[in-house]
Design a protein around this ligand. Sequence first.
Ligand SMILES: Nc1ncnc2c1ncn2[C@@H]1O[C@H](COP(=O)(O)OP(=O)(O)OP(=O)(O)O)[C@@H](O)[C@H]1O
Length: 771
Amino acid sequence: MGQKRARDPKAQVAEANKRKKAVKSDAASSDNHVSVGVEDLNWKEVAMPDRMEDAEGFFGLEEIEGVDIIKQSDGGVHFKAKSGKPTQSIIKPPSEDDGEEWGGFSDEDSSKKSPATEKTPAATEVKEDKKSKKDKKKEQNKAKKEEQKSKEQKPKEQKPKESKPAQNQNIKAGLSFAALDDVEEDDGVDVSAWDGLNLSPETFTALSKMKFSSPSAIQKASIPAILDGHDVVGKASTGSGKTLAFGIPIIEHYLDKRGKQGEQSAESEKNKTPIALILSPTRELAHQLGKHIGELIANSPDTNARIALITGGMSIQKQQRQLATADIVVGTPGRVWEILSTGTGLIRKMQKIQFLVVDEADRLLSEGHFKEVEDILNALDKHQAGDIADAEQEEEEEAPSHRQTLVFSATFHKDLQQKLAGKSRWSGDDMLDNKASMEYLLKKLNFREEKPKFIDVNPESQMAIGLKEGIVECPAMEKDLYLYSVLLYYPKNRTLVFANSISAVRRITQLLQALQLPVFALHSNMAQKARLRSIERFSSPTANPSSILVATDVAARGLDIKGINCVIHYHVPRTADAYVHRSGRTARAGESGKSILICAPDEVVGVARLAGKIHAKKAKKADGADGPSKKVPLESLDIDRRVVSRLRPRMALAKRITDSTIAKEKVNTEDNWLRAAADDLGVEYDSDEFDQSKGRGRGRGGGRERRDKEASETSKSEMAGLRAELKQHLSQRVNIGVSEKYLTAGRIDIDALLRGEGNDAFLGHLDPLTF
Ligand SMILES: Nc1ncnc2c1ncn2[C@@H]1O[C@H](COP(=O)(O)OP(=O)(O)OP(=O)(O)O)[C@@H](O)[C@H]1O
């Protein structure tokens, strides 16, 4: 095993005398268990690469062969000769040069300077030093493979408990000395549970550093299948690690390919083709996928796979440049197609990908992305094609693909699932209706195998194990008030609130802002930078722990934000799948979390049906009988009505402020638009006249328009008055009359209030909410 270090001339001088002593005493000993310090080793200068462009990183590097590393209790490292080798073979022999100051680089091989070096027992290694770079690489690869092999053969119980696998991987051939420093600080975890998945040492190191001590069920099942070259359709609950289930095999393929090709020359770098295309339904998810796989790469020593992020809302030119040298492409279908179709030779490059990943497949293959996904798939499979004209040629039967197709989601429709699993036939006739169009795309995925491997690790439930589900019933017109109450009941919780429309997201955000809660918005009408900023502010570790993100379903899929403890459905989700994905933003990676539906009386039946559908299999199993389940999966949460009614005045004021602000914005936008139109026509614009001609205030919808107009006419001073009044309310007690405690302007810590302070009487019965 070889080691490298950065050469430090000063340290050489300082250690010279000490080294002489150590050399003498160790040379006298024939015991190969003797350990020596870093400066006692017989370091050899690393040969310069053939091409000067590759030289960066080689200057000043020295290496040594045949040593084992011994970690010291004080965190430092010592070295000993590998078993069977004498200590002398690794230590620097006493030489006249020892006391000399290092004079910088010279054309001469430093090993030639000292005749003594040539006579040492380590002379064979000096010769090895002169070997061609190619030979060295070969040896390194061989050593790496052997190391990996011996690791796999090693029975588990022989493995040390803590940190060892990471260390073993870190100290492999070819690592820089800086990486060795990392070993000392390495607080990685034992990753022996990943044994048997046939992963590279680099990936072991990365997993250890990322503290992923064991694979999740979907990772354990999918990784070997993908590494074996199968097409895989993977289904597993939200937050169960699906990204790395396909991310790890992609990186393994990258490492393998790199190992076979050796060092990338500048030329091959220019002609390089990506190995994977990962398609995601939303920009945020694409960014997250890139980040997550990027973390794996960053923690994997000597792994420089490049990721190109191809999503809307960002500079096309930059993305085109990134794509030219990318190993992995992650993107949304619209932008990916835009770039592929306008670039030169990009389609041809992309046709060589080894992996096509369709994440959140049931959404990606259905909603809104149909045309672009179809275009991309068409282009990927036209093997003789070099441009779009070819890609758009008439349909022809395509040969099975050389690439692997990996399709992942937490939810697949039953019949879609059966088709993916090859259990039912594709219908050729009805491909034009809506539902069939998804089938059409699935067929277009062009799996390389007749039946992809269908891996469903949680057939009973799509919901995460640590998730608790509750429902709060309230009058239809009081959802705002109940939302506010629930938020107050859960202080110090990072909460994601889902609404069904962009306008509702805007309104709720403003309302909660007026109530002085730390709230951010996320919807698809926001500029991309603002979207990312909202997520960043909501999720950053330094963010207020009570942060609230109000979002449309753009945030429902895939987003992995640490520390979301609670998901609130302000509007009932439109489908059972949407409920699963929304709720899946909490209770991720084995954590616990709560999902709360705020429900008007007329929504209850629909919700019960939805919940029944999701929990059907699980409930049946619990009941131990066939037929409809008797168990109600959602827990009904009672909020003390007295608390709610005390909050009502705050809410009324906050609503008036919000309605006025929104109405003003609306009137301004309308006015600006009409003014511009009148300008274009060369006529004078009079808003009152326009209102009269439009019949504002009369007929259907007139009441609403009148209210909007009135709200928009709230004067500045009236607004200031409302704000002052609200401020006063927020600072007042919401006192039921018994306790001295009160709900303050912010959000009270009810747990703290309950701890030994006897506030049940004040806040009423709170137990059901602590589900
Ligand atoms: N083996 C592991 N051990 C511990 N944590 C893991 C492991 N693999 C992944 N994670 C973590 O689990 C979280 C969820 O992973 P990921 O986003 O891949 O889930 P998912 O199954 O794709 O979820 P969704 O269906 O919502 O998209 C991430 O924070 C990730 O870092």
